[in-house]
Write a protein that binds this ligand. Sequence first.
Ligand code: NFE
Ligand code: MG
Length: 572
Amino acid sequence: MSKRLVVDPITRIEGHLRVEAQMQGNTIAEAYSSGTMVRGIEIILRGRDPRDAWAFAQRICGVCTLVHGIASVRAVEDALNYKIPANAQLIRNLMIAAQYVHDHVMHFYHLHALDWVDVVSALSADPAATSALASSLSNYPRSSPGYFSDVKKKLKTFVDQGQLGIFANGYWGHSAYKLPPEANLMAVAHYLDALEWQRDVVQLHTIFGGKNPHPNFLVGGVACSLDPNSDGAINIQTLSKISEVITKMEDFVNLAYLPDTLAIAGFYKEWGAIGEGVGNFLTYGDFPTGDTNDASTFLVPRGVILDRDLSTIHDVDLDEESQIQEFVDHSWYDYKGGAGTGLHPYKGETELNYTGPKPPYEQLDVNGGYSWLKSPRWKGKAMEVGPLSRMLMMYASGNNHAQELVNYTLKTLDVPVAALFSTLGRTAARTLETKIYLDFMRGWYNQLVANIKAGDLDTHNDALWDPKTWPKKAQGAGYMEAPRGALGHWIVIEDQKIANYQAVVPTTWNAGPRDLHGQAGPYEAALKGHVLANPEQPLEILRTIHSFDPCIACAVHLTGDDGEEMLQINVT
Ligand code: NFE
Ligand code: MG
């Protein structure tokens, strides 16, 4: 086996990810994606009360802090045929959208920007020219020469003391960085501003859910009350605070995130033809305005796009168990059915079987198992999930807002529609969808306020709260669009307890390994063909992997040492 370029760990992500790239000269001939951590939430859920599942499932991740809570309560509600009140649907939509805005801004500035922004170059920027640049892009308030001069001083102090801290160990000075010093300084300033901003905007979750990360949820509705006779109920003050938070989000997204994305992308247009991936896109859809299971009311439609063909959206039937299956032929798990077995999550198995080399090792044996992630497939095909899939689905299905934003972006950057299928397209899609959901937040907020004014204070359906009213056996699924893509939880309930629980998570779709037929997952396919300017500093690999916003904590949803017996791993 010839040697491969190994990047491990990939930094500025959540969780532990390793990429091995088989090089031909400076070109990536084949890439392999490996999740190198393993955890066991699905196992510890067995035997518990289904009404508690959300609180355990939510701990799968601290980045997408609420999505596993939502998917979990939706799964239980689906199993028990539990309808939730209109106010609960609105509050959930607001909370999901707030998660998107928070998570996507944080990803752009704190996880992805430094792939494009050279922090050290910012030291040679002229603050007055930076101010002129910033003012030409938007009316963002902190754009004076004095402000940029202060940021530059702060940065210089870090560098002079050799204490780059959060900015240490970047590939500063790499020839693939293209921004002028002024654009670099502006981006660093917004990086710091975004840290402050995110602290304020999480208050939407603390008001509706009591805390953040991991706000509280409730099977049958939401955990907050609108009833003025109830302690700690949402009142006029807290509602106006929610409105303020939405305004704060609008200001930052419209005046910094959106213009910064377009300005930075303008210097990296060639990335509109790099990192295409598998070319198949899947969404479960989200933001119900009626019943949770009526996909026709969703803002983000449910569907599949195949081979980059935007003229056809294929129907996804999530009740049809042959459509979504997980395979483990290149994963460190065993299925009772043996090689080539694909299992629908209701029948999912989580039996660990580590067959990889003993750590520390130089490279993985990619002919066998090489990841703790499974390989999910839709009708046997590898699918990309996430912001690009959602934007394509909205664009292709005729959503006016999405079409205007996409067309404006393509025109501003002067790139063809095909540029959407790329590293740049994935990153731009994340920004554009943030704008769409944020624009809807104001409407959901107004609707909630109108309902309250009309006397509708209902936030929870108590009808099925008593387990004695449940059937002896039930099963259900909870679907949602998490920031990183389509998320599903499947629950089997027997005798009022959880008999089986499976989650198939966005990063599993995107970062999973090859299947029995050698079909690469989206990360693996996207990296193929990358040319590295300097293989010692594989900045290009980071750009494309970060464009997917990995979360391996989600993707391999198991936990720590306390499940020792069930989680024993034999390293041979
Ligand atoms: Ni841990 Fe998550 C999102 C989910 S990703 S971040 O978004 O579900 O796999
Ligand atoms: Mg799973």
